[in-house]
Design a protein around this ligand. Structure first.
Ligand code: GDG
Length: 724
């Protein structure tokens, strides 16, 4: 088996230069600890940025590479300007606030930063490609590297690539604010597997794909650029056993005891966060203020220790944020301090791991109340550290962890009053209830730990793509044989559907006009000796005449109701019964269309079609069902039928289908028939083909056709190969 190549912005080790010597230390943080097990337990290499370093000579870089290789890591060096633009400017100045729904903090002057973001992503991709060996699996992490999957795919098309997003994926209405939204989606879709912490993030991503790229995920899989991409939910866990072992260690026990002695009878509330505007720190202070206001009995009887770890200290908005927070803490403390007690102990510093676990273990109530958070590992670490089975977790419903940790007291961090009451409830919760809740939380945190998380993602990434896609993507051999057989035919008749077969679907059916290249191809095919070409479509004969009228083709409109067998001929209808039904049915469809903005109606002689490709996809799908039920009731007992097509619904006279045109071609002996189509209406044609006729299905989905090509571009290439 190949190796695992892990790719993340930061390496799991940090390099410092001290007195001319390289000092390499392991980095803390969720990602590093989450992946550690997989990194240490498998044949792997980690590619990432080693942190800010002074300028190094070529020889010194070489030396550092060798040192880093001992930790199975490979560095991607970034200049100061690159760090400013790629990391601070774009990743943290645009994507971070946007993905956390804080749209007013999104920078709107980030053109250069985007440029550098792309360049740095390219550099990461190149470094991975240089390390890649056949059989290796690549796992790319997080929002700093959204473009790496597609860039790497271009360099190493056969690589197996996974991407995991550690932060939320926002609602499509928020995501589409970013000017480079399609590039970002396409970047991620270079992967074989895309992972999220929660199902809502996956759903938001799917919806954005649909809205912005027109991709329609089928549950947790989709096809894009002829490749299968799978989506999945993988809630990240922590190394729970390590936290409980630490909590049981003598060093931590001593620390816990000294914290509790100092507290006396006071209750301890705890918060541990990186200084970030997503963490809900001001809102948490307001909740504390509200608690002390509403429940005066707590004054002097609680201590709230808030550890704030300095972060992104150079970014201006973080500096201003910090000043405001300081002021707020000062105000609350000013109001509610007593002679011998200050309610909020605000520590702007990081603490050692032992101190951290001691605080987790000593706290009565843990406050994890971010405005948004991808997951939040602090909540899980608190749970894992409570080997005493006690302690209450107050958790924001906007943290990804809330999806798993149902037994926490969940709060809306924007509602300071409700949050204050939740804290009060936590402080007064009976011991029995505390234990029951904690036990349930621990079961979850210990079962779905970091190892389980990494292992599940990794295994899923190894799974081969679905068989259907395989079949769809690898018909090259048989297609070549088919082309050879068709080239050798004496009399060849090609019957080609238009939308979805010769041309991709356009957002509006009126916009799908054939391009010059297609017209040249059709002309060339019909000039080929012994070959006649027919285009068959559900569209009106007016449109068909306008688009193809001057070409030497047979044309068949409205699914074969109208036919113009050759250039210069007349359009002739099929003989069918009276069409009064349309006067009754049309108003019904019009009513549904009026309630579905973006949908439209095409009235034809023997059919009415309702299209909703431009409508909101969810609304469209709902109305589609409504209309289908309504029409099916209407047609019962009448010589009509309801047909569903791609993003459309059609009601038509029964028996008028594409298969009917075969009778009109005056099928002679000795001709070779080829039919190509992409949807259910073409299946009528395939089904009516005489023995010896061949059907080719374009795209995914079920079909009775013996052959299949991926999309209209592939269909055109196939047809062009008949000219050779
Ligand atoms: C992303 C997402 C998602 C914090 N202060 C100290 C300290 N820490 C450690 C904690 C914890 C880690 O840092 C923070 O983990 P989070 O989950 O809160 O956030 P990130 O890793 O920054 O960010 C987040 C995560 O990725 C994983 O997917 O959960 O939503 O934003 O491990 O213990 N450690 C020490 N001293 C401190 O002062 N030793």
């Amino acid at each position: 088996m190949g190796r695992l190549l892990i790719v993340s912005n930061r390496l799991p080790v940090t390099v410092k230069v001290e007195e001319g010597e390289f000092r390499i230390t392991p980095s803390a943080g969720g990602l590093a600890t989450g992946m550690r097990g997989l990194h240490e337990g498998s044949d792997s290499l980690w590619v990432g940025w080693p942190g800010e370093l002074p300028r190094l000579s070529e020889a010194r870089r070489e030396e550092l590479e060798q040192r880093l290789a001992e930790f199975r890591t490979a560095p991607v060096y970034l200049s100061q300007t690159e760090v400013n633009r790629y990391y601070e400017g774009f990743a943290n100045g645009v994507l971070w606030p946007l993905f956390h729904y804080l749209t007013d903090r999104v920078r709107s002057d980030a053109w250069k930063d985007w440029q550098t973001y792309s360049e740095v992503n390219e550099r990461f991709a190149q470094r991975v490609a240089a390390e890649y060996r056949p059989g290796d699996t690549v796992w790319v992490h997080d929002y700093q590297l959204c473009l790496v999957p597609v860039l790497l795919r271009q360099l190493v098309p056969e690589a197996r690539i996974g991407f995991f997003l550690h932060i939320p994926f926002p609602s499509s209405d928020v995501f589409r604010i970013v000017p480079w939204r399609t590039e970002i989606l396409e970047g991620i879709l270079g992967s074989d597997l895309v992972g999220f912490h929660t199902y809502p993030y996956l759903r938001h991503f799917s919806r954005s794909l649909n809205l912005l790229l027109g991709v329609e995920p089928d549950g947790e899989r989709l096809v894009y650029a002829n490749r299968e991409v799978r989506l999945g939910v993988f809630p990240m866990g922590i190394d729970a056993t390590r936290f409980s072992a630490l909590a049981e260690s003598a060093e931590v026990a001593a620390e816990v005891q000294s914290i509790r002695e100092e507290l006396g009878k006071r209750k301890l509330l705890l918060g541990v966060d990186r200084l970030d505007y997503t963490k809900g720190l001001p809102e948490r202070m307001l909740a504390m203020e509200r608690l002390l206001e509403r429940e005066p009995s707590w004054r002097g009887r609680i201590r709230f220790i808030q550890v704030v770890v300095p972060s992104r200290t150079k970014v201006e908005s973080y500096k201003a944020f910090r000043r405001n927070l300081d002021e707020l803490v000062g105000r609350v403390n000013g109001r509610y301090a007593t002679i011998d007690s200050v309610p909020i102990h605000y520590l702007y510093q990081s603490v050692s791991e032992h101190q951290l676990v001691a605080l987790y273990r000593a706290a009565d109530v843990m406050l994890v109340t971010p405005l948004r958070d991808g997951m939040n590992l602090v909540a899980k670490e608190f749970v894992a550290s409570r080997s005493d089975g006690d302690g209450v977790l107050v958790l924001s419903e906007f943290a990804g962890a809330a999806a798993e940790l149902a037994e926490a007291l969940q709060v809306n961090p924007y509602d300071a009053d409700a949050a204050a009451m939740a804290i009060h409830r936590a402080l007064t919760m009976p011991r029995e209830e505390r234990r029951t809740r904690m036990e349930a939380l621990q079961r979850r945190v210990f079962t779905y730990d970091a190892y389980r998380w990494a292992d599940t993602f990794w295994k899923r990434l190894q799974e081969p793509p679905a068989a259907e896609v395989d079949r769809m993507l690898s018909p090259a051999g048989p297609m070549q044989e088919l082309a050879a057989r068709l080239r050798a035919a004496k009399h060849l008749v090609l019957i080609l559907d238009y939308d979805g077969t010769l041309a991709p679907y356009a957002s509006s059916p009126q916009l799908a006009e054939p391009d010059e290249e297609l017209k040249r191809l059709l002309k060339a095919l019909s000039s080929r000796p012994g070959t006649s070409v027919h285009v068959v479509s559900g569209r009106s004969r007016e449109l068909m005449s306008r688009w193809f009228g001057r070409l030497p083709l047979g044309l068949h409109a409205e699914h074969g109701f109208w036919s113009r067998p050759q250039l210069g001929g007349e359009w002739r209808p099929l003989k069918v019964r009276a069409l009064e039904w349309k006067r009754r049915i049309l108003p019904l469809i019009e009513l549904v269309a009026a309630r579905t903005p973006g949908s439209l109606i095409e009235e034809k002689t023997a059919a009415i079609t309702w299209y909703y490709r431009m409508a909101d996809p969810e609304l469209g799908a709902r109305r589609f069902e409504e209309l289908r039920r309504l029409l099916e009731k209407e047609v019962s007992g009448l010589p009509l039928e309801v047909m569903t097509g791609p993003k459309s619904l059609e009601i038509r006279v029964r028996g008028v289908h594409k298969g009917a045109i075969l009778d009109r071609l005056g099928a002679k002996r000795g001709i070779t028939l080829l039919a190509m189509g992409d949807d259910a209406t073409d299946e009528d044609l395939f089904g009516a083909l005489p023995a010896g006729g061949t059907a080719v299905h374009v795209g995914r989905g079920p079909s009775s056709a013996a052959y299949r090509v991926a999309d209209p571009a592939a269909a055109r290439r196939f047809l062009a190969s008949l000219l050779a």
